[in-house]
Design a protein around this ligand. Sequence first.
Ligand code: DGY
Length: 311
Amino acid sequence: MTSLPGGPRVVRASAMMPELERDLVDRYAAPSLAELDGVVPGVEVAVVGFGNGVTAEVMDRLPDLRAIVNFGVGYDANDVDEARRRGIPIANTPDVLDDCVADVAVGLVIDVMRGLSAADRFVRRGEWAGGSRFPLTRRVTGARVGILGLGRIGLAIARRLEGFDTVISYHSRNRRDDVQYAYATSPIELAASCDVLIVVTPGGPGTQGLVDAPVLTALGPDGFLVNVARGSVVDEDALVAALEDGRIAGAGLDVYAHEPRVPEALTGRDDVVLLPHVASGTVETRRAMADLVLDNVERFLSHGVLLTPVD
Ligand code: DGY
């Protein structure tokens, strides 16, 4: 294993697994690739995640690289096409984080519709004690929910929100025949028919800017946006403009286009809830993700195949 300042970045075939294990489990996250400069040749498996991926340039510098293991379900920070071209398989950590991400999505729906974080600030600022009234908010029970991307996490969100008697519709690249939810043929059609639009699509070039100004306008002045997917899926400038113009009612965000940078225009607004990309961030889930990373590395080093390869 190659150890760099801040911890190991890259695992070699001769990896000392217990050391990697300790590092991943202690951190509950793959460390960044920022200090890749100086990594010696001989690296065969790269463990990356949380916005850090293996680009073509990194691949050039790691001529012995044979596999990439992505700590996280979203692997869009890696140059997937280039990896495919070079025959380098990628694994991610599916399934184990679905519940925690779905929990946070529902939390954001409730928070932004009911103004919980804003109400908390209102109390702390002494405005309630000073005689002010907190404005009325919107009802979650019975709301129309649109889910953009009905994969495993989208389904986990839908199942939870069924408990709130919500009316669920969705748009995905492919229509599912195993659910009863109404299918919208486009993001704009979905946005026009819901009170809260929840973004759960994968990131990457195929979904870049999918939620753009027309989609936000279709959501309407009483509509809310929740994003637990990738910041790249939402046109952030269009989102800021839609909030400023009152074309949507509010937004709950766990992800941003240029993390950890959050647009300054959002930080002063009471109609947005801002989380620091923590939807999967529980001890239980990060431990399960770390285990899956290690199982993938181990399987690859011992059998030459990954346990949970991406398509
Ligand atoms: C993922 O797994 O892609 C998440 O964004 C990490 O929290």
